[in-house]
Ligand binder design. Structure first.
Ligand SMILES: *[C@@H]1O[C@H](CO)[C@@H](O)[C@H](O)[C@H]1NC(C)=O
Ligand SMILES: *[C@@H]1O[C@H](CO)[C@@H](O)[C@H](O)[C@H]1NC(C)=O
Ligand SMILES: *[C@@H]1O[C@H](CO)[C@@H](O)[C@H](O)[C@H]1NC(C)=O
Length: 449
C-alpha cells in the first residue's frame, strides 16, 4: 500500500490527527468549561459570612428553584442556613478565613487582599465555564476587578449594589474622603463599575446615585428591594399570643406576671450588633423618659416589655446601664437568639424599633424588612431613603432623637387607633415578598424569561 519511505509520515499524520482531536474535544473544553454540566450555572460571590448575607442566600435559592446550578462562594464563619445546605442545586465553596497577624495594619490588609486574590483565582479557575457571576458590592477590592477580568471567559457579570464601598471605608477613616485608601477605593469602584453586564441596586436612591455619579445608564439598572425571608411572617389570627409570650422557651421568664395584653400592655423589639452607628442608648434614654412620665404624670401608661437581641462590642456597657436603673413600667431583656427563634419572637411583638443609620444614606436596613414581614409596625430612626420602605403614620413612625422616640412611643402605646392603623399598614407591606420582586427584576434585566 505505502512505499517504504512513506510509513513514518503516515504515522506522524495519525499522531497529529489524534492530537488535534484530543485538543479540540477534550483539552479546549476542559480549559474553557471545566466540569460544568448542561444546566445554567451561576457563581455567587459573598466576600463576607454567608450565614449573615441573607440577600445573597435568597439569590442562591431563587436561582436554584429555577433549576440553575448555583456555586455559592464566601466565608463560612457561622453556620450556613439549613435551606442552603440541604439544597442539592447549591454548592458552597468556602474561602479560607485570613487571620490578621499582629503588627502593621497596612501590611496585614495587603496580605489579606493577596490571600483573597489567591483563593478567588483558584475558585474561579475551578468554576470556569459558568454563565453568570453575581457579586455584591461592597466589598469591592479585590473581587470587583477580578470579576470584570473574568468576563473574558464569556461569563456575564451582575453587580448587586448593596452600598458604596468607599463611603463605608470613609466612615472608618473618620469621614475624610481624601484619605489615600478611600481615594483608591473610590477610583477602583468608579472605574470597574462600568464593566458590569447587569446592574441591580437595593433602593431607587442608590440607582439615582449610580446613574448621576458613576455614569451608569438609567435604563440598565434594576431596583431589587430587599424582602423578608419566608420565615418572617405575621402571626396567624387563631394563635393565643399572650399564652405564647409566657410559654415559649427562648423568652421564658422575660414577661412579668402582671403583664396584660388586654390592658394595652405592649411588647417591643429591636435587634442590634451593638456598634457605634446604632445607638441603643437612644432607646434606653427614651424608655427612661417614659418611666419618668409614668412616675410623674400618668400611672395608666401601658407596661412595655422590650427585647434587645444581638451581641456586639458595646453590649456589656448597656447591660450595666439597664441593671443600674430602677425600672417600674418597662422591662428590658437582652437576648441572643438562634436564626430559627428570632422570627418566632418578632411575630409575637407589637412594635419593632430600628436605630440603624446608613453610611451612604442609600441602603435600607434588613431588620426593618424582617419586622414589616412579620407584620410589625416599625418605629425607626429616620434618614431620607427610608421613605422608600417606611411611611410615617402608614406602617410606622420615624424619629430623630430620644425625645422624638419618646414622643412616638407615647403616641404608639396609648392610642389603640394608631396601633390598628399602623398594624394594617405593616400587614399590607408584609404581603410584598422576595419571590415576586426578584422575578420582576430578573425579567427586567432579561436574565430569566
Ligand atoms: C433543583 O433543580 C431542579 C431542576 O434541575 C429542580 O427541579 C429542583 O426543584 C431544584 N431544587 C430546588 C431545591 O429548588
Ligand atoms: C449596567 O451598567 C453598565 C454601565 O452603564 C452598562 O454597560 C450595562 O449595559 C448595564 N447593564 C444592563 C443590563 O444593561
Ligand atoms: C417562592 O415561591 C415558591 C412558590 O411559589 C415557594 O415554594 C418558595 O419557597 C418561595 N421562595 C422563597 C425564597 O421565598
Amino acid at each position: 500500500m505505502f512505499a517504504e519511505g512513506q510509513l513514518p509520515w503516515v504515522a506522524l499524520m495519525v499522531v497529529i490527527y489524534a492530537a488535534v482531536t484530543i485538543v479540540a474535544y477534550i483539552l479546549v473544553p476542559y480549559l474553557f468549561y471545566g466540569n460544568r454540566s448542561t444546566k445554567k450555572r451561576i457563581i455567587i460571590y459573598v466576600l463576607g459570612d454567608i450565614g449573615h448575607s441573607p440577600r445573597m442566600c435568597y439569590h442562591a435559592l431563587s436561582f436554584s428553584e429555577r433549576g440553575w446550578q448555583v456555586e455559592l462562594c464566601g466565608y463560612v464563619e457561622d453556620t450556613i442556613p439549613k435551606v442552603i445546605e440541604e439544597d442539592s442545586n447549591i454548592t458552597v465553596h468556602a474561602i479560607p478565613v485570613y487571620k490578621a497577624e499582629k503588627g502593621s495594619k497596612l501590611v496585614s490588609m495587603v496580605k489579606k487582599v493577596l490571600s483573597q486574590i489567591l483563593s478567588i483565582s483558584k475558585q474561579l479557575w475551578e468554576l470556569r465555564g459558568s454563565d453568570y457571576l453575581l457579586m455584591q458590592n461592597p466589598p469591592t477590592i479585590p473581587i470587583l476587578p477580578m470579576a470584570v477580568l473574568y468576563r473574558i471567559t464569556g461569563c456575564k457579570l451582575i453587580i448587586d449594589w448593596h452600598n458604596l464601598g468607599y463611603s463605608i471605608l470613609q466612615m472608618k477613616f473618620s469621614g475624610s474622603f481624601y484619605h489615600p485608601f478611600v481615594v483608591v477605593h473610590f477610583l477602583v469602584e468608579y472605574f470597574f463599575a462600568k464593566f458590569a453586564t447587569y446592574n441591580l441596586t437595593v433602593t431607587k436612591a442608590m440607582k439615582d446615585y449610580l446613574v448621576k455619579k458613576f455614569g451608569l445608564n438609567a435604563k440598565s439598572v434594576a431596583v431589587l428591594y430587599d424582602r423578608p425571608a419566608a420565615q418572617f411572617r405575621p402571626l396567624s389570627k387563631d394563635v393565643d399570643r399572650a399564652h405564647l409570650l409566657k410559654s415559649e422557651s427562648y423568652i421564658k421568664g422575660s414577661i412579668p406576671e402582671d403583664f396584660d395584653l388586654k390592658q394595652g400592655d405592649k411588647v417591643i423589639v429591636t435587634s442590634t450588633s451593638f456598634t457605634p452607628d446604632e445607638d441603643i442608648g437612644v432607646l434606653l434614654g427614651a424608655l427612661k423618659i417614659y418611666e419618668n412620665s409614668y412616675a410623674k404624670f400618668d400611672d395608666k401608661l401601658p407596661r412595655i416589655v422590650c427585647f434587645i437581641t444581638g451581641k456586639g462590642p458595646l453590649k456589656q456597657q448597656f447591660v450595666e446601664q439597664v441593671h443600674d436603673f430602677k425600672w417600674k413600667r418597662c422591662k428590658i431583656n437582652f437576648l441572643w437568639l438562634t436564626s430559627e427563634d428570632y422570627p418566632k419572637l418578632l411575630r409575637l411583638c407589637d412594635y419593632g424599633i430600628s436605630l440603624h443609620t446608613s453610611s451612604s444614606g442609600l441602603d435600607l436596613p434588613m431588620k426593618i424588612l424582617d419586622m414589616l414581614g412579620s407584620g410589625l409596625p416599625v418605629i425607626a430612626s429616620n434618614y431620607p431613603v427610608l421613605d422608600e420602605l417606611l411611611q410615617h403614620n402608614v406602617n410606622g413612625l420615624k424619629f430623630l432623637d430620644r425625645r422624638e422616640l419618646h414622643g412616638s412611643l407615647m403616641f404608639a402605646m396609648q392610642d389603640p387607633n394608631v396601633y390598628s392603623t399602623l398594624k394594617d399598614g405593616a400587614l399590607l407591606e408584609a404581603e410584598n415578598r422576595w419571590n415576586s420582586s426578584w422575578e420582576s427584576a430578573m425579567r427586567e434585566l432579561k436574565i430569566i424569561i
